[in-house]
Ligand binder design. Sequence first.
Ligand code: GRF
Length: 218
Amino acid sequence: MTATPARLAVFASGGGSNLQAIIDHLQTLGEHSPAVLALVLSDRVSAAALGRARAAEVPAVWVAKDRGHELGGILERHAITHIALAGYLRLVPTAVTSAFRGRIVNVHPALLPAFGGPGMYGHRVHEAVLARGARVSGPTVHFVDAHFDEGPIIAQWPVPVLETDSAASLAARVLIAEHALFPRCIEALCAGRIALGADGRVRGADALASPHLPAIPL
Ligand code: GRF
C-alpha cells in the first residue's frame, strides 16, 4: 500500500534558495517522494521565492503582513498537512503553530540556541557569530512553536568559521549545508520517520546527524 503523500507548504520571504533546494530534492525523489509541494506563501509580493514557485508550477500566494489571520483558511483550502519555513521573516500565528504542532519546521543559519531569536536573521546572524569569535556555525532545523527559533531541534550540521570569513562568506558556506540538510529533514518528516513526542522530544532524527561528525557510539 502506498501512503498518501504529505501536502507541503513552504513559507518564504526572500530569495528562496532553500525553496529551490526543496523543489529539486522532491523532484529527484520522483514517485518515491513522501510529499508534494502544494503551496508557496510569502509575506512579500516581490519575493523571488514566489517566482521560483511559479516556474515550478506550484501555487504561489502573497499574504500581506496585516493578513496573517487568513493563513489558517488558506492552508485549509490547499489541504496542507506540513509546513516548512524557508527564510520566512514573520512570526507564524499561534493558531497555525498549534494546529501544525510536529508538522511545521524552520531552518536557521546558526547553531541554536545561540545566535537566534527576534531580529536575528540574514547577515545579522553571521555578524554576531563572527563578533563572538565562534569557531563553528552551521544550520539548525527545528520544529516551530509560538516563538522565534525556539522549538525542539531536529538536526544541526557543523560548518567551520574561518579567520578570513566575512558575514557574506560565512553565510554562503552555511547556505550550502542548509540546502543539503533542510530537504532531507522535510523528506524524513513527511515520510513519518521523525516525529515530535508529547514530551517535547524529537524521535527518529539520529539518521540526520551530520556526516562530518563521528558515528554515534553504540
Ligand atoms: C537562510 O539562511 C535561512 O537559514 C534563513 O533565511 C535564509 C533564507 O535564504 N532562515 P533563502 O531565501 O532560502 O535563499
